[in-house]
Design a protein around this ligand. Structure first.
Ligand SMILES: Cc1cc2nc3c(=O)[nH]c(=O)nc-3n(C[C@H](O)[C@H](O)[C@H](O)COP(=O)(O)O)c2cc1C
Length: 372
């Protein structure tokens, strides 16, 4: 069986599957459970120094289902960061590390634009046993009203300044978690890396409106008749997450080769994870998938990733990390390659292009029709 263990910024993970920040890491009980089920690392639900400012509403989820199978493939939430007291969290960090001394516990943290607060939360979390940090620059709902979360992540100057504050106090690795709600993910990525961030996590949720109820005519999730745009996750976001991870990985590969990437967004299987690793991720995070399938799903994910690696004779994660990045090019280059392949075919040479029906026949026919 392939070796799934991986070292990310010096953190030794038994496998690349990490619990992403959210309900699956909401207290010590569930975090202990996650380690027992075999997760490679756990990121706690985002915490802040003053939980009294955090007031959640109910309902705060809206699910989008397949018309054919009724399976949930999209999930909107308007949940805030943790509303549990910071002192309680610090006690629980110690308890989690006592019970799982080898388990990698990552503290997801968020504060207002206040240097002292960011430094205090960093110091207190690492004193309580956090093995690494993830800076939440990315929650797209609720917190931006306090200029936190994605309000910081959308602004490379602020993101860079705050990352610098944390780096001045952190003695353990720091990842910056990106919001996808920007036009060019490379800009905040470069700001975080230039400020010293050891790694990038991407993506957080995509700002969304899940649905409008056609009986009540009210958008969902509906609180006293009203809603606010939320964050979209689950399988539906995976193609967008893969694209953004690819763009981040290209920046890391060419400009910051010693930094790392933790890929997130719609990962539910080992094959999903393999795709993120092929596009440059060092490890992957799962949040909504755990809410749908439970903590035990990590076993199936490991088995499927391992089978993929065996099939391709990859012995370790580093054997295939970033392998597929080389196959991205420009549209102009695709045109050139296709013209060359067609010319080679005409001249009787073998062509390697896949000749099976792919739906592109339809495109070719309609192109021909429109040409008359
Ligand atoms: C209900 C819910 C709560 C979340 N809370 C947090 C959070 O507190 N901090 C954070 O950084 N991300 C949070 N996220 C975002 C996830 O960590 C993840 O980035 C996103 O959902 C995409 O991954 P997924 O498709 O595996 O869920 C939350 C997601 C969901 C669905």
């Amino acid at each position: 069986m392939a070796d799934l263990s991986t070292t990310v910024n010096g953190l030794k993970l038994p496998n690349p599957f990490v619990i992403g920040s959210g309900p699956p890491g909401t207290n010590a009980n569930v975090i202990n459970r996650a380690f027992k089920e075999g997760w490679g690392a756990v990121i706690c639900k985002t915490i802040s120094l003053d939980a009294e400012k955090v007031v959640n509403v109910y309902p705060r989820y809206a699910k989008v289902r397949s018309r054919e199978t009724n399976e949930i493939y999209g999930w909107e939430n308007i949940e805030l960061i943790s509303d549990r007291p910071f002192e309680k969290w610090m006690d629980e960090f110690k308890q989690i590390k006592d019970e799982n001394p080898d388990g990698v516990l990552i503290a997801s943290i968020m504060e207002e634009f206040n240097k002292d607060a960011w430094i205090e939360i960093t110091e207190r979390c690492q004193d309580a046993g956090a093995d690494a940090f993830e800076l939440n620059f990315s929650c797209p709902h609720g917190l931006p009203e306090r200029k936190m979360g994605s309000a910081m992540g959308e602004n490379p100057d602020i993101l860079s300044e705050v990352t610098g504050w944390v780096m001045s106090a952190a003695k353990v690795p720091v990842w910056s978690k990106m919001t996808p709600n920007v036009t060019h993910i490379e800009d905040p990525t470069r700001a975080a890396l230039a400020a010293g961030s050891d790694g990038i996590s991407a993506i957080n949720t995509i700002r969304s409106v899940a649905a409008v109820d056609l009986e009540t005519l009210r958008p969902e999730p509906c609180i006293e008749g009203y809603t606010t745009p939320g964050g979209y996750s689950c399988q539906a976001v995976r193609p967008i997450a893969l694209r953004m991870c690819m763009e981040i990985a290209q920046v890391i590969k060419s400009e910051y080769p010693d930094r790392t990437l933790s890929g997130i967004g719609g990962i539910e299987t080992g094959n999903d994870a393999a795709q993120f690793i092929l596009l440059g991720s060092d490890c992957v995070q799962v949040c909504t998938g755990v809410m749908k399938m439970g903590y035990g799903c990590v076993k199936d994910m490991c088995a499927e990733l391992s089978a993929f690696m065996d099939k391709h004779k990859f012995e370790s994660i580093s054997d295939f990390k970033g392998h597929s990045l080389q196959f991205f090019t420009t549209h102009a280059d695709l045109v050139r390659r296709q013209a060359e392949a067609k010319a080679a075919k005409k001249s009787g040479k073998m062509v390697t292009a896949d000749e099976e029906w792919t739906g592109d026949d339809f495109v070719e026919q309609s192109d021909a029709l429109s040409r008359g």
